[in-house]
Design a protein around this ligand. Structure first.
Ligand SMILES: [Zn+2]
Length: 459
């Protein structure tokens, strides 16, 4: 959650000038205006195929790209030629050297729901206050869409080009797993991503403070997710009878056994580099346990702790319908988050804990991945940060959730998460995802546009 104090009416950003005052914001920087426009499209995704529709946002993006001389396509499932129900937008932005493999630069247009009664402002009004743009999607991730579009506009105006071709992709349906967005596109339209090797998107690029030094977290991998349904079957009957085949007690035992699994800390290539980086910045002894190392990472600690181990978390139990009736079956849902490459052993351990009498079904699975924290692209990111924030360092991290990068890995594309976002030390950026009063400092948008532009010319 966002924890810092809101001193209403106190302008805190010097970059926006007169934009602080009045309500028409006629002189907003382009990047701020674009993100605000996008926030004003309610693209709520409720999951389960129930989405408010990314259509108007997709149309805005496509029109924007056309106005800059690009030729976007709008594609999506349940499509008529003119109007896919869940539209994604893809365009190729020609670079200086089209012989280089293109970079995929992508983001999602949908957002998670926002209950306006919890918020200080209308979550879809694009309110600018206290040096921030407020609204659902301002952090996740219409900010990145704005950084991309503002760069397309400013490069075009200035006659500049990215070094290599850039495949711009604006996906629908990320928040519900992407089956109507990125996952659909890589299956149905892989040709749109032909020759690409590397992709850049969320979640990462924001600053944390470690040992008094500013560090940017570069997401170089993601844990997987395996969503399980456990089902116990037994003998239904009157609850007054002696019954040794009761599925309610069986499911309770299974859930309890999963809850008792203690997953050890296991460092991957990414998390080892992360804790070593934190150790150096914070001046901690080498013997410091990894969990204490990530505790030095401030607001990012809750996310980073979850990447040091597998997790297997029961979340739902459904059993029975009447006080005096033993049901025939009972079920539970378990959220499993394996470290990359550990899908099978984690599942085996769960099976062992549950025992043979409870069936396990995989409802949904996303495979984790790790990308190297070296190579041309990572170096280019480090150089771009060095150019714009010379005191800072870049640290790799593993995301404890999933993004559309997982879909692109199916095409052999290596994914990174880096939305360059410099925020004040007391700004809980990682706590802003999906949170009430989601907002982003305007200065972070201006900074991000500069760094992303630098990166596109450099890589
Ligand atoms: Zn997101």
């Amino acid at each position: 959650m966002v924890t810092h104090d809101d001193a209403a009416g106190v302008p805190s950003d010097s970059h926006v000038g007169a934009a602080r005052h009045g309500d028409n914001h006629a002189d907003l920087p382009d990047v701020v205006r674009i993100v605000r426009d996008l926030v004003r499209f309610d693209t709520t995704n409720y999951g389960g195929g129930n989405a408010r529709g990314e259509g108007p946002a997709a149309a805005y993006i496509a029109e924007f790209l056309r106005s800059q001389g690009l030729e976007p396509v709008i594609v999506g499932p349940e499509a008529t030629p003119d109007a896919p129900a869940r539209p994604s937008v893809v365009a190729r932005w020609p670079g200086q050297d089209s012989t280089l493999p293109p970079l995929v630069l992508h983001g999602h247009t949908d957002v998670v729901p926002a209950d306006a009664s919890d918020w200080s402002v209308d979550p879809f009004a694009g309110v600018i206050r206290d040096g921030c743009l407020w609204g659902r999607g301002s952090v996740d991730m219409k900010n990145m869409l704005g950084l991309i579009l503002a760069n397309v506009q400013h490069f075009t105006e200035q006659g500049r080009r990215p070094r290599r071709d850039v495949i711009l992709a604006f996906f629908a349906d990320e928040e519900a797993g992407g089956s109507a967005g990125a996952a659909w596109l890589v299956l149905q339209h892989p040709e749109l991503f032909a020759e690409a090797r590397v992709a850049l998107s969320e979640v990462g690029g924001y600053t944390i403070t470690v040992g008094g030094r500013r560090a940017y977290l570069l997401q170089t991998g993601e844990k997987g997710h395996t969503w399980l349904r456990l089902r116990a079957r037994g003998t239904a009957g009157h609850a007054s009878a002696v019954n040794n085949d009761n599925p309610v007690t069986a499911i309770a035992r299974a859930v309890s056994a999963i809850g008792a699994i203690e997953w050890p800390i296991e460092l991957t290539e990414t998390t080892r580099a992360l804790v070593e980086g934190i150790r150096d910045l914070a001046g901690l002894p080498a013997s410091t346990p990894p969990e204490d190392m990530v505790a030095a990472a401030g607001f990012a600690k809750p996310f980073l702790s979850a990447t040091l181990r597998n997790t297997t978390t029961p979340t739902v139990i459904n059993a029975g319908y009447m006080q005096n009736v033993i049901p025939a079956s009972a079920e539970a849902l378990v959220d499993v988050r394996p470290l990359p490459g550990q899908e099978e052993p984690v599942l085996a351990r769960v099976r062992e804990a549950v025992g043979p009498d409870v069936a396990i079904e995989i409802i949904e699975q996303g495979i984790g991945y790790e990308s190297p924290f070296d190579g041309d692209f990572v170096q280019a990111i480090q150089q771009s940060i060095a150019q714009h924030d010379p005191e800072a360092v870049v640290l790799p991290y593993l995301l404890n959730a999933g993004t559309d990068n997982v879909s692109l890995t199916r095409l052999g594309i290596t994914g990174y998460g880096f939305v360059p976002t410099r925020v004040p030390d007391d700004f809980d950026f990682p706590g802003s995802y999906h949170a009430v009063d989601e907002r982003i400092p305007l200065s972070a948008l201006l900074f991000g546009e500069q760094v992303l532009g630098d990166l596109l010319e450099r890589y």
